[in-house]
Ligand binder design. Sequence first.
Ligand code: NAD
Ligand code: NA
Length: 395
Amino acid sequence: MIIEPRTRGFICLTSHPTGCEQNVIDQIEYVKLKGKIDGAKKVLVIGASTGFGLASRITSAFGSDAATIGVFFDKPATEGRPGSPGYYNTAAFEKHAHQAGLYAKSINGDAFSNEIKEQVVNLIKEDLGQIDLVIYSLASPVRKHPETGKRYKSVLKPIGEVFSNKTVDFHTGNVSEISINPAEGDDIANTVTVMGGEDWKMWMDALQAENLLSEGATTVAYSYIGPDVTKPVYRNGTIGAAKDDLEKTAVTITDDLKSIGGKAYVSVNKALVTQASSAIPVIPLYISLLFKVMKEKNIHEGCIEQIQRLYSQRLFGGDLDLDAKGRIRVDDWEMREDVQAEIAELWKSATTENLSEIGDLEGYSNEFFKLFGFKVAGVDYDADVNEVVKIPSEQ
Ligand code: NAD
Ligand code: NA
């Protein structure tokens, strides 16, 4: 079939298998070009099909020749209906990993559930024995708690008071004023339950209970801080409360891993275009200004550049360069004073009329479509494509 983007608000309903494969190939090529990383050899990535998790899987496999197991929640294609991008990405990743002689298997299902944890435990027992590195990169709006069966929903709200600021509809370029009502009821607790550290710890407990972590095993989860303009809705908001919890959990897990000399870290990454960040008001305007400024300064990075740098310079580079709170910081370039000062200036003057000039609105929009395999350089979108692609290890 011929597949075209079909958007509804902040989501795209279709995705393109050839474009997704090209995205994966481009990331593989980038990692290979950067050279070998003396890193972990047996890697479990939870949230492995898109964004930072996919970049982590690619960097482990093609940077360190690692065997990888990927866990994610994606929709396979059916006749006439494209699958989700993460499904196509993983099919492409496995194909290229296998061609390179690398072990790669995938488990598609709810990572929050006991069943999926059990499946992963069994797969590790059968195939890899022990794991050296666990990347925890889930981003989900909901979590069904494995003990109670209760479904929790996370929300993106400020805490305490209404937050008003500018935002942009990146499809139209329209800049407007938006007000977001503060969290109420159980909003904060629910968001912490979904995006906090409880599930990360459950994964590590499940692995450790079965002796599936190697001596000195490491685990890393991803976090975000960001600038003052987004603070009320991000870091000081409900999602920030969840990130605080995630960051605290790193200390607990490190404690749990003492007997094997293991360590848990949080890496604070830079703001990138993802489905999730597109849905948070104010953030898209910030990102479009951020991209403009960072591109002008030649320090722009996408997921793969971020994770390749995290691995080669921090995790396996001999210097974690932790901040005062014990976190790895690869948002260091985003948070640079000169970068933030320029954005703060641009922020004040940003309007519908000037945003395409002072901000990288086009870059934002292109990145958004790229998430779904569209607008990828080198792909012929007029060509007939087979939408039903299978993940090799699932056949
Ligand atoms: P993403 O949406 O691209 O990836 C999320 C992954 O989680 C996907 O592989 C998806 O399949 C998987 N997933 C979601 N729910 C699942 C479930 N129930 N079971 C199994 N898999 C599930 O997200 P991302 O932007 O790469 O974010 C990953 C982490 O990085 C998050 O913790 C996020 O907060 C953090 N982070 C994001 C940004 C950003 O700007 N996007 C910046 C810094 C940190
Ligand atoms: Na991810």
